[in-house]
Every structure is written in structure tokens, then in C-alpha cells.
Design a protein around this ligand. Structure first.
Ligand code: ADP
Ligand code: MG
Length: 313
């Protein structure tokens, strides 16, 4: 099969979890469109409960969608459930594994599950790649949390999928392991694997990903190259408490992204790479505003969400 332009495509993908017990009905994915270019390292960012795992679990076949379509490696998950999943390796958020197998046995079982012929199995090579070759015959229950996480990555790779999804792979993992995991992910990417990872750590996505989607409350708020997203992050906020209450934003501030809060605070959003604070304060002075107090803030991921939702409205 010729390689598709997109490793993953979601079209109007929707999930509503049915009410059960005390849980109310929950719309976890609100008809989202998402495209992951073949060859990218794609970061799916969003706070807890945003819908990231739901999205991934639909692709993996663990959750049934309630609407829309999805393709993996060009294959529709409804029309070609087996072939589409064969193109995908998923490392789930929760560590799940049988404690009574050794890493080598676990990989062989997984290879059998995917129907990889014995002659084509690369269990030892994969274990070496994730740094577990010296643990190949240990019981899984004797492995540390970080080692288990690496074994999960190894298991997701046995059928050499062109697309690898890692759902919060570094949650609860120490810094050193995080580094080695990322080194390996970069290697896989260099060898042609498309990588998708979810995280709520912005700096992780910043370091690794070339394309980023932001999802919140089941909606995709942005999907763009990292450089474009970082340009948004370049946004700063200048907060000014005027000495006298302002009735309106003075004309001198026209052309700036200024707003007035109910408590009288003047907010000016600006890009630190384009405008210096000195320049802004000049304009404030030109506008006849006396400054009683001022502060600046760097945006958090949360602020970026707010900025995005407000520009989308
Ligand atoms: P994320 O991975 O971004 O933290 P999830 O996809 O796990 O988000 O969850 C999205 C929303 O769907 C959350 O509000 C969560 O509580 C809800 N949810 C997830 N799984 C289930 C389920 N099995 N039944 C009901 N609601 C669920
Ligand atoms: Mg999750």
C-alpha cells in the first residue's frame, strides 16, 4: 500500500458516554476534526478530562464512537477494523500487564496476538532499544514503574506499526527515564514512524512535537505547527491599576490589544518579541493614565486556552 498523506484522520468524531450508576451522560468528544500528517511528531494537549484518552481509545478499538469517522493510515476503522488497527501501536495511559510473564514472553505473546511470524519477530532487538535487554528474563512484577512503562512501549512496537500513539507516557515517570524515552521516540521518528503523544505538560510537547493540537471539553481549539503555537505563547499580559478610574480606553492605546476590567484594571496583551514594556508604558502616559501599580504575566497553557476560545467566539 502506498503511504497516505495522513497517518490519522478524524472527521466529525463524536463520543457520548452513556449515563451509568451515578455518572451522568457525558459528551467527551464533540464531533472533532483532526488530521495527523504522516511523519510528524504530533502533540495532543489538553487538561485532564479534555477527551484525549477517549480519542485514542476509539482509534485503538477500546471505546466505541457514537458518531463520525476515523481513518488510521488511510484505513477506515469501521470498514477495515483489523487492517486499520494493525497500522497502530498504542501505549495506554494506565500500566497494564501480566505480572507472571517475563518481558521476552510478554513480547512474544503480543507478537503472536498480532500474527507476526516467528522468523520476523524482533523481540530482543526491541527490548534492547528500550533498554530492557538485561531484564528480558525477569518477572514483570519485579520491574520498576519506569521499566514497566518501557515494556509497554516495546509491546506496542512488536508489529512494527507505522503509527505509534503514546497516551501520557511520562505521567509519574522520573526525569531520567523521561529523557531516555524521548531519545528513543526521536529515533523511531527518525526511522519513519509517525508519533502521536498526549500530555498535559506543555514543555514536553514544546521539546518534541512539530505539530500540536489543543483539545478541551471535547473540542479541538487549535491545530497548528508548533512554531505558530509558540508565537501565541509569546503573548504577555501587562496589568495596570490606574491612579484614577478610567471611563474608557484612551485613543492613545488604539491599535493595542487593551481591555478594561470591571474592577478598573487595564489589561494589555502584547508580544514580547514585538513590543517592549517601555513602549507600552509610553502609550499609557500619552493616554494620560497615571499608574498606581503594574505587573506582567506570562501566559500559562490555561491562558492560551482562554485566548483561543475568546478569539474563536
Ligand atoms: P483525558 O484523557 O483528556 O483526561 P478522557 O478522554 O479520559 O480525558 O475523558 C473525557 C471525559 O469523558 C471526562 O469528563 C471523563 O470523566 C469522561 N469519561 C471518560 N471515560 C468515561 C467512561 N467510561 N464513562 C463515562 N465517562 C467517561
Ligand atoms: Mg487521559
Amino acid at each position: 500500500m502506498t503511504a497516505p498523506d495522513y497517518a490519522i484522520e478524524a472527521i466529525g468524531l463524536e463520543k457520548t458516554y452513556r449515563a451509568s450508576g451515578k455518572m451522568a451522560e457525558k459528551r467527551a468528544l464533540n464531533a472533532i476534526d483532526l488530521k495527523v500528517r504522516r511523519g510528524s511528531i504530533f502533540g495532543l494537549l489538553g487538561p485532564n478530562g479534555a477527551g484525549k484518552s477517549t480519542f485514542i481509545n476509539i482509534l485503538a478499538g477500546l471505546v466505541t464512537k457514537t458518531g463520525g469517522r476515523a481513518r488510521i493510515w488511510g484505513l477506515d476503522i469501521d470498514e477495515e477494523p483489523r487492517a486499520s488497527r494493525a497500522a497502530l501501536g498504542v501505549v495506554n495511559q494506565e500500566i497494564t500487564m501480566d505480572p507472571f510473564f517475563t518481558p521476552l514472553q510478554a513480547l512474544d505473546l503480543q507478537a503472536g496476538y498480532y500474527g507476526v511470524p516467528k522468523a520476523e519477530r524482533r523481540s530482543l532487538e526491541i527490548l534492547a532499544a528500550v533498554g530492557l535487554d538485561d531484564k528480558k528474563d525477569a518477572y514483570v512484577r519485579q520491574l520498576s514503574g519506569g521499566m514497566k512503562r518501557r515494556l509497554m512501549v516495546a509491546k506496542a512496537l512488536v508489529h512494527a506499526p507505522p503509527v505509534l500513539i503514546l497516551d501520557e507516557p511520562t505521567a509519574g515517570v522520573d526525569v531520567e527515564l523521561r529523557r531516555s524515552l524521548w531519545t528513543y521516540v526521536r529515533e523511531l521518528h527518525a526511522r519513519g514512524t509517525t508519533i502521536i503523544l498526549t500530555t498535559h505538560y506543555l514543555e514536553e510537547a514544546e521539546e518534541l512535537c512539530d505539530e500540536i493540537a489543543i483539545i478541551n471539553h471535547g473540542n479541538v481549539l487549535a491545530q497548528e505547527p508548533k512554531s505558530a503555537l509558540l508565537a501565541r505563547l509569546d503573548q504577555r499580559l501587562l496589568k495596570i491599576t490606574p491612579r484614577q478610574a478610567l471611563q474608557a480606553i484612551p485613543d492613545a492605546l488604539a491599535g493595542l490589544d487593551a481591555s478594561l476590567l470591571e474592577d478598573g484594571t487595564l489589561l494589555i496583551r502584547f508580544r514580547s518579541t514585538e513590543t517592549g514594556i517601555g513602549r507600552l508604558l509610553e502609550k499609557v502616559r500619552e493616554g494620560g493614565i497615571g499608574v498606581a501599580d503594574l505587573s506582567t504575566e506570562q501566559p500559562s497553557l490555561e491562558d492560551v486556552f482562554v485566548a483561543m476560545t475568546s478569539t474563536a467566539a
